[in-house]
Every structure is written in structure tokens, then in C-alpha cells.
Design a protein around this ligand. Structure first.
Ligand code: EPU
Length: 436
């Protein structure tokens, strides 16, 4: 298993280009299952990540051949009969659940391993199942699999809100089911995340009729069939936000290229409140934290889009451990997503956790320590902290980070960081656990 060895304290300088969005690309890849035999979907700017490779493997099991040329993926349906997403793959990546809706809609049946719990919380799929049931699928759980069948789904009105707001992959699944259903579907309390909007735009390019994209209420008029198309995946707002956090915490000056600032309004505003200077161009944002000895404390609450993304909560908590006062971080999407807080404490951070809130008393410095990544974003948060800490930080279980960041260490080094990948001799083989 790999680890990162970081020698902190170097301000980041220069420019870095953001890759395509993981969480947009994964459901877009699953949309290939809506096509018939011989048809193909081409996606450009697809990041080269462990999760994308896992989705390619799963689609391979389901009769779709995935070929990569640079950042361009061609997905060709060679067999439109397989319907089973096996436990061995689903357990390693929760986004596998995105195949449920399209399999059911196009192939009339789906057997998808029921995703288990993970490091960031219990993560149920009840809303996915409720939604598909409203379209007439009658999903059941048998021997650890979600089993659903329907010759032709029927349009209906589906309310997709839950205790923690809307559901991202639940909305993806419902959209991919409704586009081929007979009649009209209304999805109420749909997720508005840019990644969900991109899936809807892709489906429309494939011949679907979705209206209200970006709103809480989506209208879908079912069509008989879809066709192949080409689309570019949007830049990854979470990767962009991670580089911004790395620039801010090190007192750096970094231009982030290939970023859609409109997807990051709350994140940019938070950085400004901390005292960071920002400059924007078209598709670039400059983060200038030079000379800022300690940043101002802020309160951050994760919320569904356009609220502060839960996937940047750990990276921003890292910054706040060094702020000049008390910050409050509240997690409204995954109340238990705080495993990084205990690791930050090992580096000298002062954090008190109460239910879904962490109260952070900023300290003048962090000191390097061995710390453990328990999920993708917690791992990114530890790297951000390590870049600012005095001395040597080792981030263990880098395989979590590789799921969502393509060669993070090389790109940080190109900005002047000192971080290298090494083998963690003491560690056993990577256990298979899913978070993203
Ligand atoms: N929820 C339910 N019932 C459901 C579905 C969700 O109660 O049927 C709850 C969840 O437990 C959570 C909230 O609703 O409290 C939101 O969950 P959501 O379904 O939106 O999450 P997801 O679709 O499983 C995606 C991203 C996550 C990201 C969340 C929230 C992908 C592949 N994954 O997960 O990304 O944290 O939305 O924005 O898009 C990551 O990239 O590191 C990652 C975990």
C-alpha cells in the first residue's frame, strides 16, 4: 500500500489545471447502458482515476466496452442483455448504484448488489428504491442484491427529499429510469448539483426530454429510445476546491485553470471571508494568500448545492485548524463525516466534536505526524494539513485519495510542494471499502 511523505511549510506557487469531474463522469458513463447494441457514447475530459477504472470494469461486466485515448472515453454497447452488478465490484465503489436506473429502463431488469455502509456514514438507498417503485419497478432485496423488474416503466410524480435533503445519485438513477418510461415523470426535490445537471444535459443530447435542469423540480417526458452522442465532462469543482485549500493554507499564490467559478460561489466566498485575495478570469481563479500569517476563522455548514460541499469540508477544516480564532464546522449531509478531525488532533489541532458539529480553536502551527486517510476527502484534508505542518507528515492509505485525484502528489510538487509517494511496508493489502 502507498503512503505520502510530505515535508510541510512551503508556500505553493504557480498554475495548476483541474481535471474532469469524477462525480459527473461516473453517472455519465452509466448512461451508456441506456443505448442499444452497437451504439456508442463518447465522453471527453474524463479523469484517469481508480473509480473511473472501476466503473469501466463494471460496465465491461454489463456488456459495454470502454476504450480510453488520452482523456477521451468511448463506451460501446456490445451486449445489451447482462443485468447483474456483482458484489465484488459494488463493494469497492458506491457510485456503482448508478447502473440500477438505466439497466431497469433499457433492459427491463436489474440485479445490483446492495451497497453497504462506509467510512462517512450509513448511506442508505431508500430514496432510490422509493423512486423506482413509483415508476412501477417493485424493487426487492434478495440475497444482498437489489432486484427490480419492469417491462416498461411508467411515468409518475416522485418526491426525492430525505432527512438530509436531496440525493445526488438517487436523482441520477431516477432521471435515467424516467427518460425511457412511458409518459411524464415529475421529480420533486431533485438534487441540483452541477454533476446532476450535466447528466441531464447528456441525456437530452442522447434524445431524452428533460426540462427544469438545475431546479428542484424536473419534468421528464419519456421517449421510446435514445441514441449515442459526445460530450465533454465539466471540470471537477472538488478537485479545484482542494487546490484552493492547499494554496490558502500554505500562504501561496496559485492560479487554478479549467475551473467553473459559478460552481464554487460559496467556496470562493468562504476563502474571501478568511482573508484570501481572489482574482477571476474566464475559467481561471487566482488564489493569493501571500503574506497572510494566519487566516480569519469562519463558520462552515455543508449543505446540498449550492451550499458548501461536504466533499470539501475536511480540506477546509484543515485550514481552520490554523486560523486565528474559533471556527464552527457543521456537517448537514453526513453527520458522522469527521474521521479526519481525530487525525488533525494528532498533528496538534484543537478540535471539539459535538454530534454533527466540530468546534475548532485555531493554533499557531501544526506539527507533522503519521496520519491515516479513512476516505477520499478525509485523505485530501490530511494532505492539505501536511503541506502546512512543520516537519514530516506521512499520510497512510493513499489508495483512498487515488480514487478521486489523479497523481495529486505530482501536481502539488509542480506548485513547489515537497510530497512523495512511498511504499508503506508495514501495511497489509488495501481492504475493499467504498466511500465515493
Ligand atoms: N440519503 C438517504 N437515502 C437515500 C440516498 C441518500 O437518506 O436513498 C442521504 C445520505 O445518507 C446523505 C444524503 O442523503 O445523508 C445525501 O446523499 P446523496 O445520495 O446525495 O449522496 P450520494 O449520491 O451517495 C454523492 C457523491 C458523494 C457526495 C454526495 C453528497 C457521487 C458518486 N458521490 O453521493 O461524493 O459526498 O453526493 O454531495 O456523486 C466523494 O466524491 O468523495 C463523495 C463521497
Amino acid at each position: 500500500m502507498d503512503k505520502f511523505v510530505i515535508h510541510g511549510g512551503r508556500p505553493l506557487r504557480g498554475a495548476v489545471r483541474v481535471h474532469g469531474s469524477k462525480n459527473a463522469a461516473l453517472p455519465m458513463m452509466a448512461a451508456s447502458l441506456l443505448l442499444g447494441r452497437g451504439e456508442r457514447l463518447v465522453l471527453r475530459q474524463v479523469p484517469d482515476l481508480a473509480d473511473v477504472r472501476t466503473m469501466s470494469g463494471l460496465l465491461g461486466e454489463l456488456g459495454v466496452v470502454v476504450q480510453r485515448k488520452g482523456s477521451r472515453l468511448t463506451l460501446t454497447v456490445v451486449d445489451d442483455r447482462p443485468i447483474r452488478a456483482p458484489y465484488e465490484i459494488v463493494k469497492t465503489m458506491r457510485a456503482s448504484i448508478c447502473v440500477l436506473g438505466p439497466l431497469l429502463a433499457r433492459r427491463g431488469e436489474a440485479q445490483v448488489s446492495f451497497p453497504g455502509g462506509c467510512a462517512i456514514g450509513s448511506r442508505p438507498v431508500d430514496l432510490h428504491l422509493k423512486g423506482l417503485a413509483r415508476l412501477g419497478a417493485r424493487p426487492r432485496v434478495r440475497n444482498g442484491y437489489i432486484v427490480a423488474r419492469s417491462k416498461r416503466l411508467r411515468g409518475s410524480t416522485v418526491y426525492l427529499g430525505g432527512t438530509f435533503g436531496s440525493t445526488v445519485t438517487g436523482t441520477d438513477n431516477l432521471l435515467m429510469a424516467a427518460v425511457l418510461a412511458k409518459g411524464h415523470t415529475v421529480i420533486e426535490h431533485a438534487a441540483q448539483e452541477p454533476e446532476v445537471q450535466e447528466l441531464a444535459h447528456l441525456l437530452n443530447l442522447m434524445g431524452a426530454r428533460i426540462e427544469g435542469i438545475g431546479n428542484h423540480r424536473l419534468h421528464v417526458q419519456g421517449v421510446e429510445r435514445l441514441h449515442g452522442t459526445e460530450k465533454t465532462v465539466i471540470p471537477d469543482r472538488i478537485e479545484a476546491g482542494t487546490f484552493m485549500a492547499a494554496a490558502a493554507i500554505t500562504g501561496g499564490d496559485v492560479t487554478i485553470e479549467n475551473v467553473r467559478a459559478e460552481d464554487l460561489t460559496v467556496v470562493l466566498e468562504t476563502l474571501q471571508q478568511m482573508g484570501v485575495r481572489l482574482e477571476g478570469g474566464s475559467y481561471t481563479v487566482r488564489i493569493d494568500a501571500r503574506g497572510l500569517r494566519r487566516l480569519a476563522p469562519v463558520d462552515v455548514t455543508s449543505l446540498p448545492y449550492p451550499g458548501f460541499p461536504t466533499d470539501l469540508q475536511a480540506q477546509f477544516m484543515a485550514i481552520l485548524t490554523l486560523a486565528r480564532g474559533i471556527s464552527v464546522v457543521t456537517e448537514r449531509i453526513y453527520p458522522d463525516r469527521f474521521t479526519h478531525a481525530a487525525e488533525f488532533q494528532r498533528m496538534g489541532a484543537v478540535i471539539r466534536k459535538q454530534e454533527s458539529t466540530a468546534i475548532i480553536q485555531g493554533v499557531p502551527r501544526l506539527s507533522g505526524a503519521p496520519v491515516m486517510a479513512s476516505d477520499l476527502r478525509a485523505g485530501a484534508g490530511l494532505v492539505v494539513a501536511g503541506l502546512a505542518a512543520r516537519g514530516r507528515t506521512e499520510v497512510l492509505r493513499v489508495y483512498h485519495i487515488d480514487r478521486g485525484y489523479d497523481r495529486l502528489e505530482e501536481r502539488l510538487n509542480s506548485l513547489g510542494a515537497n510530497i512523495r509517494r512511498a511504499k508503506d511496508a508495514a501495511a497489509p493489502a488495501a481492504p475493499a471499502v467504498a466511500t465515493a
